[in-house]
Design a protein around this ligand. Sequence first.
Ligand code: ZN
Length: 386
Amino acid sequence: FIAYINNENCVVINRKQNDTARRAIVAFEPNDHVLMYTCGITPYDATHLGHAATFIAYDVLQRRLIDKGHTVRCIRNVTDVDDPLFAKARELGIHYLDLAAGEEARFERDMEALNALPVAATPRASSAIPDIRGFIGMVLDRGFAYESGGSVYFDVSKFGSFGSLSHYSDDEMLVLAKERGGNIDDPNKRSPLDFVLWHPSASDEPSWDTMWGAGRPGWHIECSALALRELGTTIDLHGGGADLIFPHHECERAQSEAATGEPFVKHWMHTALIHKDGEKMSKSLGNLVFVDQLRETWDPRAIRLAIIEHHYRTEWEWDDELMPRNAARLDSWNERAGSNPDLLDGVRTHLDDDLDTPGAIAAIDDAARRGAGVAEAAALLGVDLD
Ligand code: ZN
C-alpha cells in the first residue's frame, strides 16, 4: 500500500500544530479508479519552486498509482477569480482573464518541461459560476449559510466539526484567517470565523447576477463546486500546499459536507513549504525561485531531482549547491541507462512508504555507483534518461 499523512487523523507540517495535532500515516487503498483533486495556481505570476514541488509530488504519486494498475482522474483547478489576480491586472492595466491566460500557459510550459503527466482537467473558476451558484443554493437550503448585507456566509456554528481538519483552536484559526485573506472584522458576519460564499464585487471587478445579489464567489467555494462537478461527492485524495490547510481546506470540507451530507475527502495530503535565506519562500518576501529562470541554466530533469530529493512533507531550504549536485546526479544516472528489476522493486517499495522519494533517489544513486542500469527506476520518478 501507499501510506501517508491523513489530516482527518491529523496533519502537521506547521510548527504551531506540532503540540496539539495527532499524527498518523494511514494506508491508502483506493479502488481501481482513483479520484484526486489538487488546488492549482492563481495565474498572476510565474511558477515558483513551491508550486512546482507541490505538483511534482502529486505527479510522482500519480505515476506510482498508474504503475500499480490504477487509472487516475486528477483535477487541478485554476483560480482565475481571485483578489491577487485582480490586483495584478489592475496594476498592469489589462483584463484579468488575459493576464490569467498568459500566466496559465507559462505554468503549463513549466510543468511540461518538468515532465509532469497531464492531469485530467484544469477547470477555471470563471467556468464554474453556474456550478457555484447551485452549490451555494444547496448550502443555504440545508441551513448552513445565511444572507447578510448582500453577501452569503457559511455559518460555522452549524457545522460541529469545523476545525477538525486543521486541528487549530478558534484563536489560532482567527489569526490565520486574518493573515490569509479573511476579513474577521466584517460587521455582516454573525461570527468572525464565518466565511464568504458569495459577496459583492468592487466596481472594476467581474460581477455575476444571483438570487441573493450581484457579485462574485468567495475563494473556497470554487474548489468545492469544481470537485463536485468533476469528481462527485467523495474524492479519494485531496492535495495542496500546507499553507492551504487553513482556512482553504477547512472551509472547503465544511461547505462540501454541508452541501451534500457525504464525506468530502478520504485522504488529505499536503506538501511542506520551502524556505530560502532562512525564511519561507513567498511572494511578499521577494525570495522566490522561479522555474523558468532555473530552466535557462539547468536541465529540467535536474530541477525535478532537486525537488524530489526532499520528502514532500518535510520543510526544506533552497541552497546554491542543489542544482550542481542534481545535474551531476543526472549525468551519473545517464551513464547507467539500462534496467534492473531489483532496483525498480526497491524504488516501488520506497514510494509505497509515504512517498519516500529521497529513499528512492538514494537507492538509484547506489545502483548507479555499482554499475546497475537505472532507467526504469528513474522513469518511475518521472526522470526519463537519455
Ligand atoms: Zn482549492
